[in-house]
Design a protein around this ligand. Structure first.
Ligand code: CP3
Length: 344
């Protein structure tokens, strides 16, 4: 029997009797211990840039639940900040950034070589975690995919339809593409440093991929992710990569090969039997359980969890939610999900 960690086995294409499990946003406001450490740090960004405390909140859900993977505690918007954008969080509303909508504003950004000045505490967090995590737990690093990061850099905040980024793409393609290139290059260096510091897997979050249609989906979601994967595979050939093109719908088909990813993360908008037949057939998949079950719990949570485990039992599968757990979730429902997956 292989002694390799279960997540790495699933990512290598192995079908396991029980899928390994972790959860998007597993360190977060639904946990009282997270809220306490965040209060100690002062605010969210201070927590991200404090290696000891960021490692502590990363470890909290591992201690409480024994997940098979820990995901580095950080944020996809730290890279824009490292590139020179102003970044702050408004309580109850979310992130705010200085905007980039012209060649002049793009020119103000720092060169990619400067990002490590800001991001070095994140690499320190990774180093602490690779020392402190239990032997069986896999450490996942991450970054935003270029399109999703660009939507925040152009609009200066989260937007329901990513309108400002679409407008820049359509009105000033050169500036838009130069911005995507800068983020792509920065992401390669950022993830490469995370891997050097000890991340065993990395994940790309393209949370807003669903608003790109047709050739735009290929050019601005798939292509930059494929560039990042190719560059990382050249430098770190044994590090598996998970890609999460949220909202891709029917365009999920063929993405393992198109992106070069070892695993494709599914949102909750696809039917699990369809995903088994059309997506898992090409490699490992992860995700699909609606995050709202972590709020509502009960029999529905148990039956939906079992349905996903069964439907994906004939191929490589990592159990996860279709998106991040929300602050109103009940920590006991997380335990119920884990017990159901593990058959306890
Ligand atoms: O998954 C984890 O536990 C690791 C840490 C992590 C965070 N953000 C911490 C966080 C990860 C992987 C992310 C990714 C992230 N950040 C994404 C992509 C995934 C997704 O959810 O679609 C995006 C779009 C962001 C940007 C971001 N960060 C937004 C829009 C917000 C505000 C919304 C909110 O939930 O408050 C954040 C803040 C944020 N990032 C929090 C956490 C735990 C909440 C901050 C707090 O403690 O107040």
């Amino acid at each position: 029997m292989s002694t390799q960690k279960t997540i790495l086995r699933a990512l290598a294409g192995e079908t396991l009797p029980t899928p390994p499990i972790w959860m998007m946003r597993q360190a977060g406001r639904y946990l009282p211990e997270y809220k306490a450490t965040r209060a100690q740090a002062g605010d969210f960004l201070s927590l991200c840039y404090n290696p000891e405390l960021a490692a502590e909140v990363t470890l909290q859900p591992i201690r409480r639940y024994g997940f098979d993977a820990a995901i580095l505690f950080a944020d996809i918007l730290l890279l824009p900040q490292a590139l020179g954008a102003d970044l702050w969080f408004v309580t109850g509303e979310g992130p705010r950034l200085s905007t980039i909508t012209s060649a002049e504003e793009l020119d103000v950004l720092k060169p990619v070589t400067a990002i490590h000045d800001t991001l070095s505490p994140i690499y320190e967090t990774v180093k602490i975690l690779s020392r402190e995590l239990p032997d069986e737990t896999t450490l996942i690093g991450f970054a935003g995919a270029p399109w999703t990061v660009a939507t925040y850099m152009v609009a200066g905040k989260g937007t329901p339809d990513q309108g400002p980024a679409h407008a820049l793409k359509d009105a000033n393609k050169d500036v838009f593409e130069a911005l995507l290139d800068r983020i792509t290059e920065g992401t390669i260096d950022y993830l490469s440093e995370q891997i050097k510091a000890g991340a065993e897997v990395v994940k790309l979050f393209d949370s807003w991929a669903g608003s790109l249609q047709g050739s735009d989906f290929l050019n601005y979601s798939v292509k930059p992710m494929a560039q990042i994967v190719a560059a990382l595979k050249a430098k770190h050939p044994t590090t598996p990569i998970i890609a999460f093109p949220r909202g891709a719908g029917e365009k999920y088909v063929g993405l393992h090969a198109a992106i070069g990813a070892d695993c494709i993360a599914l949102d909750d908008g696809v039917t699990v039997h369809w995903a088994a037949e059309k997506v898992q057939v090409n490699g490992c998949v992860q995700g699909n359980l609606k995050s709202s079950h972590m709020v509502t719990g009960g029999d529905d949570l148990v039956s939906e969890t079992r349905r996903i485990v069964d439907a994906l039992s004939n191929g490589p599968h990592i159990f996860n939610l279709g998106h991040g757990i929300t602050p109103d979730a009940d920590p006991e429902n997380v335990q119920l999900m884990i017990d159901t997956v593990r058959g306890n």
